[in-house]
Design a protein around this ligand. Structure first.
Ligand SMILES: C[S@@+](CC[C@H](N)C(=O)[O-])C[C@H]1O[C@@H](n2cnc3c(N)ncnc32)[C@H](O)[C@@H]1O
Length: 299
């Protein structure tokens, strides 16, 4: 039973997909994927059996219906079944294909052949049970922001020391290092994410000294980093970011820049207010679908 998973299958209108991904993420689903089925989307998500009972799944289904009603679109249908771990691993992997992100990155699932003739920065990933395949708008916004911060020749990318808070699969840490950052400190309070980041570090031939991974949050980072960092990237949910912002001053200096995502557009004002209250200036807001990414620097 320990290796048994819930497989959720949700048929929905494409406009509902993002709301569904958000709900599934909050719910603790791993390895979420979607495919087009005619005019509809089929979203599949996987959840360890110990994490949800039938009643929880019924409640999730009701929330999704509620979301659809609020958006004025037809309600999704949700089915669930139990599958074993082997089926889980192969079920969602077949939907995840190599993907170009921004101007520089190519995300390649670890089990896919390496691309030929690509001049993009290759990130090999097997997210395991952690969040961060690059398919979510918030991850893409963060990678594109990292490109802006580190990817042009004027930036001092090679000297940059970066903190990745809520590293998930390690995709942003690896992206920063591929852009030339000197060192990344990555933390996540989920031990499965720490394991996944370690595995993806090795997959991308990155030395442990260049990507230091630890379980925990900003409090752990403050003990890990020898001195304030040059950049921070933090893709978690808005309320968690607001909670963590005061602690981030301990790892920031006057020139530190920061990238925040996981924020719904309507939550951006609350996050910006919190940042400004704690010594940050919000320079830009990038939006994709209902998500946004705030680029900030110290005042
Ligand atoms: C949305 S995922 C982001 C993963 C990856 N960085 C990306 O951009 O795709 C958020 C991650 O933050 C972690 N997390 C949530 N709350 C946290 C906290 N207070 N401190 C550290 N990590 C946290 C979660 O476990 C999850 O792996």
């Amino acid at each position: 039973m320990a290796n048994t998973w819930w497989e959720l299958q949700i048929f929905c209108e494409p406009d509902l997909e993002d709301a569904i991904f958000w709900r599934l993420g909050v719910f603790g689903c791993r390895g979420t994927a979607s495919e087009q089925k005619g005019n509809y989307s089929l979203v599949k998500a996987y959840l360890p059996i110990f994490q949800a009972q039938l009643l929880d799944l019924a409640a999730l289904s009701l929330w999704l219906r509620q979301d659809a009603i609020c958006m004025g679109i037809s309600a999704p249908t949700m089915h669930w079944q139990l599958i074993d771990e082997q089926d889980w691993a192969s079920s969602w992997k077949q939907y995840w294909q190599p993907q170009e992100i921004g101007d520089r990155f190519l995300i390649n699932p670890a089990w896919q052949p390496l691309p030929e003739n690509s001049d993009r920065l290759l990130i090999l990933l097997d997210p395991g049970m952690a969040f961060g395949t690059g398919t979510h708008a918030t991850t893409q916004l963060c990678l594109e922001s990292l490109e802006m911060r580190l990817g042009n020749s004027l930036a001092q990318a090679t000297d940059a020391v970066i903190a990745d808070i809520g590293c998930g699969s390690g995709i942003l840490s690896i992206g920063a290092l591929k852009l030339g950052a000197k060192k990344v400190y990555a933390v996540d309070n989920d031990p499965l994410a720490v394991q996944s980041t370690e595995e993806n570090r090795a997959l991308n031939n990155i030395e442990p000294e260049s990507l230091v991974v630890a379980q925990g949050s900003v409090d752990v980072l403050t003990k890990l980093v020898a001195e304030p960092v040059d950049g921070i990237v933090c893709n978690i949910l808005a309320d968690v970011i607001i909670e963590l912002v005061p602690q981030m001053s301990a790892i920031a200096k006057s020139t530190t820049w920061a990238i925040f995502s996981g924020i719904l557009v309507e939550q951006s004002q609350a996050v910006a207010d919190s940042l400004e209250k704690h010594g940050w200036i919000v320079a830009t807001l990038w939006k994709r679908k209902e998500w946004c990414c705030l680029n900030a620097r110290r005042s």
